[in-house]
Every structure is written in structure tokens, then in C-alpha cells.
Design a protein around this ligand. Structure first.
Ligand code: ATP
Length: 545
């Protein structure tokens, strides 16, 4: 063992066997790094050097290995002592796998010393969860949630010595209601196994519970919400897993489980949505009126079709080409360093998101001040018009169908919303706009598309503004009915609905405000990997619709 100066913990260097050959294995405490190299690589082969940071070691276990190997060599030797290191291995397209390597030696004491040292190093990884509360939606997606959890996730949690309390949901809102009853503070995290709907339910339960315990009234649209430090992990098992995709880069249960085990933490902005001082919902990805609202409305009626309903309803909604009149008022975001068209993608360790970290404290400080900067004063902008789509996104909304997403440069945690207004245009132009979500061209470079980075917005449909004039209304309702019966008609219907992260909102007139880094996920954002960006070219318009 090497003994460096200065009383620091010594580096552990040993010659250990890996298979049939002796490797030099090193554990560097200061750098938190395990490495092994072949000191005499076979002729013609380069010496392999392997490194695993301690933060990516999943577990260390003493291992029984066969006393006799095929060559019969060990017969003459003393009993081998072995240990296995399980660690994260990066595969293609942001996928993580659990890899293992087994080292052995004949010196039992040396073997134990290595196991002890590695376990101590793992103990130092303080952000790792020890106890998790898991909710499984057995009916999400292809109804595989339970199987996915039991076969792919639970064995990894057990390997990493994470204890779990598992609840298999029996009805919608089971998890949300349960989160108001259990002692959530004894857990290091909440895991949901399901799709975006299940995640939304757990998020509402957790944020709601924290506000309740802190005496915050969620119905007050101006109340500064209390941050949730209990992280949520998403094991994707739904028909849409967009939040998982946008925060991990892939929808793969094993990858997500490994991000939970290593204790990743990704802060996330959350928008609160109110109507007349009544809280409606929280949103973390897409709040869409018009095109995406209509797709949801139609697809809800076709649940029997399974996941193909989204393609079907997307195509139908595109053909129907309805536009909606209304007024959007918004408060531009001044604090953030980026802009929606600057091409600075939000990636692991994003600088722009890190700079926004102090925002929640400032919001708390400003609360109650009559003319605080947050209220914006005269800075509000008002836009009246006819819109095919109004999309407010808290993240890029990248998904396998649209790997760039609705706003490629949106950030997960910069305390802003990207507001995209798509004004009435021809069907052909709208198609051109949609196609740009799948290629390298700028989807905001159209005269009928505007994008703003904002903090708050309000929307009222013209239908509601006019609702006093009863006579006009009757006519409009009739007209609306005619259009519903003839979907190829492209006139304006009175109202669309809001699609809030895949669920409908009860009101079309809404008030929205973003809460910077209100919650945290067991994720690290999308890791930089230029090869994966080439995936854009594979998407087609059909996939997008
Ligand atoms: N046991 C249950 N029975 C019925 N519904 C449930 C149950 N558990 C959860 N849910 C609800 O099912 C909804 C959809 O769940 P989830 O997101 O997991 O699946 P999904 O197939 O992706 O659904 P969607 O396509 O509608 O988003 C959630 O809103 C959740 O509240």
C-alpha cells in the first residue's frame, strides 16, 4: 500500500487477478476513482485501462468463485477469495447498464481489505437514497409496470441495499391521496412506475403535501411555494414517458433505476395554473391550447385504440386545422441568461440553470412587497389574435418522436417558460412548421410563429371575453357544432381545451406562473453526446403527428 505525505488516506494498489491474469488495481481516495490496468497486455493488444468513479459504483460484494477452473490451475492453489464490483456502464443513446467485474486473490485479508475500502467509499456518497417509497401503476402503458419493476428495477435496488415500501395503485389518484397520509419525511425519494400521468399524480401529491405541511395556500396564485427536497424518480412504463425522456435522454427502466441508485439530482421548474384564485394543476412539460389540446381531447375518446390513438388524433387534428381567438398577456423573463433561439441546449450541469439557483430565495424575499420586480408592473405584454396553437413549455419537450422538442433551447431549471404562439396560417405552412421539429431547421423562423421566454402568462379566449352577448353565443355554439360534425372545416371553434402534461384542464381562462426549481428528480439532465444528435434525421412527419 502506498503512503502519501500529509496524512491523507493512502492509495490502495494491489495486484489482483481478473480471470486468469494479474491486473494492477488501484483505489484513489482523493479522486474517488477505482481503476485497473493490465501491466503486461498480451502481444498485439493494447493494455486496457479501466476507470470507474466511485459515484458510479453501484455495489461491492464478496463473491464465491469456483475453486477449480477449466485449466485445473487452481487445484494446486489455496482457496481463491473474490469480490465483485457492480458499476454503471454507458451504452448507446444515453442508456446505462449495470456492469460487473470480479477480482480475486489467494490472500483473504487483502480481499477483505478491498471490500472494506470500497464499501467505505460508497458510504461517502451521501446523495444516494437508502429508503424509497415506490408507486406502481399496474395499468399504465402496456400494463407492464409491475413486471418491469419486479424484474428490472427491484433486483438493482436490492443490490444497492436500498430498502423500499411498494404500493401498487388500485385506482387513479391512489398515489396522490396516499402521499397526503404517509410519513413522507422518512423517505429519501418517491419513485413512480408508469407514464407521464402517473408522474404528474405523484408530483401533485408531493408538492401539495409539502405546501400543506408548510401552511401555504395553493389557491393563492401569488404564494411563494416551498421547494420539495424529496426527489422523485421515474421508472418509465407508460404510453407516454416524455418527462423521463427529457430529463434522462432515454426511456429505459434500468437507466432510470441506476440514476436513482447513484443519487442523481436534477432540479425542475414547475408552473402553477390558476383560474379565479382557484388552483387547477401543476405542469412541468407542455401546456398546450389549440393543436395539442385538440389532439388530447380527441385521443381521450379513443383510449380503446391504445397508443396508436395519438397518431390517429394527431392526423385528424392536423386535417381539421381549427384556430382559436383569444388574448395572451405575459411577463417576459429578464433574469435568465438564455433566449429561446440561442441554440444553447440544456445539458447535464447546465450553466444557465445553475445561475438561476438563487431565484427561489429572491421570490420568497419579494413576496408581500407591493411593487416587487416579480409582478412586472408595466412590463406585461398583450397579444390578441387567432391562434392554431399556444404552447407554454417548461422544458424542450423532446421525445422519441420529436428529438429536438417544441423548444429545443428551453431549460429544465432556469425559472422560465418558453411561450410559443402559432398564429392562423395555411395548412401547408403549419405542416412546414411541424416538419421543422424533426430536422435541423429553426422551427421559430416563420412569420406566423413567435416565441418568448417568460415568467407568467394569462390567457382568455375571445369566446369568454364575449360571453356576455348571449345572442352571439348561441350562433357560435351552433357553428361550433357544425364544425365538429365536419372536421375538414378550418373555421374557428369557440374554445379548445388546455393540454396540461397530457391531462385536460377544467378552464380555458388561466393564469400561469413558473416556480424556479420547485422540485427535484433523480436524474442529471441529458449528457452531452454529439453522436446522438444525429437521430433527428430519422424522424418523419408521420411520427410527429
Ligand atoms: N390502478 C389504477 N387504475 C386506474 N388508473 C390508475 C391507476 N393507477 C394510476 N392510475 C392513473 O392512470 C393514469 C395514466 O397512467 P400512466 O401515465 O402511468 O399511463 P399511460 O398509459 O402513459 O397513460 P396516458 O397515456 O393516459 O398518459 C394516471 O393519470 C394515473 O392517475
Amino acid at each position: 500500500m502506498e503512503q502519501p505525505a500529509g496524512g491523507r488516506r493512502p492509495r490502495l494498489v494491489s495486484s489482483l487477478a481478473l480471470g486468469q491474469r494479474a491486473w494492477e488495481v488501484t483505489l484513489e481516495w482523493e479522486r474517488g476513482l477505482l481503476s485497473w490496468r493490465d501491466p503486461q497486455p498480451p502481444r498485439g493488444r493494447h493494455g486496457g485501462n479501466c476507470f470507474v468513479p466511485a459515484s458510479e459504483i453501484i455495489a461491492v460484494e464478496e463473491t464465491e468463485i469456483e475453486k477449480q477452473c477449466s485449466s485445473g490451475k487452481w487445484q494446486k492453489m489455496a482457496k481463491p477469495h473474490a469480490f465483485t464490483v457492480y458499476y454503471v456502464k454507458r451504452a448507446q443513446k444515453h442508456r446505462w447498464q449495470c456492469n460487473e467485474v470480479t477480482f480475486w486473490c489467494v490472500d483473504e485479508q487483502l480481499c477483505n481489505q478491498w471490500i472494506q475500502a470500497l464499501k467505505e467509499l460508497l458510504e461517502l456518497q451521501k446523495s444516494r437514497p437508502k429508503q424509497l417509497l415506490v408507486y406502481i401503476n399496474p395499468y399504465g402503458g402496456k400494463q407492464q409496470g409491475k413486471r418491469i419493476y419486479e424484474q428490472k428495477v427491484a433486483p438493482l435496488f436490492s443490490l444497492a441495499s436500498i430498502s423500499t415500501d411498494v404500493v401498487i395503485t388500485e385506482h387513479a389518484n391512489h398515489a396522490k391521496d396516499n402521499l397526503f397520509e404517509v410519513n413522507i419525511y422518512k423517505y429519501d425519494g418517491i419513485v413512480c412506475v408508469g407514464g407521464d400521468g402517473m408522474f404528474s399524480e405523484v408530483m401533485h401529491g408531493l408538492i401539495g403535501r409539502i405546501q400543506k405541511d408548510s401552511g401555504i395556500d395553493q389557491n393563492n396564485p401569488k404564494a411563494p411555494l416551498v421547494q420539495c427536497n424529496i426527489r422523485i424518480g421515474i421508472i418509465p412504463a407508460g404510453s407516454t414517458d416524455c418527462v423521463c425522456y427529457a430529463t434522462v435522454g432515454v426511456t429505459d427502466p434500468v437507466t432510470s433505476a441506476l440514476h436513482i441508485i447513484v443519487g442523481d439530482s436534477q432540479p425542475l421548474d414547475v408552473s402553477s395554473i390558476h383560474h379565479n384564485n382557484t388552483f387547477l394543476k401543476y405542469s412541468v412539460s407542455l401546456l398546450g391550447y389549440g393543436f395539442y389540446g385538440d389532439i388530447l381531447k380527441d385521443s381521450e375518446k379513443k383510449r380503446w385504440m391504445g397508443t396508436i390513438r395519438y397518431d390517429f388524433s394527431g392526423f385528424k387534428t392536423f386535417l381539421s386545422h381549427h384556430y382559436y381567438e383569444g388574448t395572451v398577456s405575459f411577463l417576459p423573463a429578464k433574469h435568465t441568461l438564455g433566449s429561446p433561439r440561442d441554440k444553447k441546449r440544456c445539458r447535464t450541469g447546465c450553466y444557465i440553470c445553475r445561475q438561476s439557483k438563487q431565484q427561489p430565495e429572491e421570490q420568497q424575499k419579494n413576496y408581500g412587497l407591493e411593487h416587487n420586480e416579480d409582478e412586472g408592473g408595466d412590463d406585461w405584454r398583450v397579444i390578441k389574435g387567432k391562434f392554431l396553437a399556444i404552447n407554454a413549455v417548461n422544458m424542450s419537450c423532446a421525445c422519441p418522436r420529436s428529438p429536438k422538442g417544441l423548444s429545443p433551447a428551453a431549460h429544465l431549471a432556469d425559472g422560465s417558460i418558453d411561450l410559443i404562439l402559432v398564429r392562423k396560417c395555411s395548412r401547408f405552412n403549419f405542416l412546414r412548421y411541424l416538419v421543422r421539429h424533426t430536422n435541423q431547421d429553426d422551427q421559430f423562423d416563420f412569420t406566423f410563429v413567435e416565441v418568448y421566454r417568460i415568467k407568467k402568462f394569462q390567457f382568455t379566449s375571445k369566446h369568454l371575453e364575449d360571453s356576455d352577448s348571449g345572442v352571439k353565443d348561441v350562433g357560435k355554439k351552433r357553428f361550433g357544432q357544425f364544425c365538429r360534425d365536419h372536421p375538414a372545416c378550418c373555421c374557428n371553434l369557440s374554445n379548445s381545451i388546455w393540454n396540461c402534461d397530457g391531462e385536460t384542464l377544467d378552464s380555458s381562462a388561466i393564469e400561469v406562473r413558473v416556480h424556479c426549481q420547485l422540485m427535484k428528480l433523480f436524474a442529471r439532465g441529458i449528457e452531452e453526446n454529439s453522436n446522438d444528435e444525429a437521430i433527428y434525421n430519422q424522424s418523419t412527419v408521420e411520427q410527429l403527428l
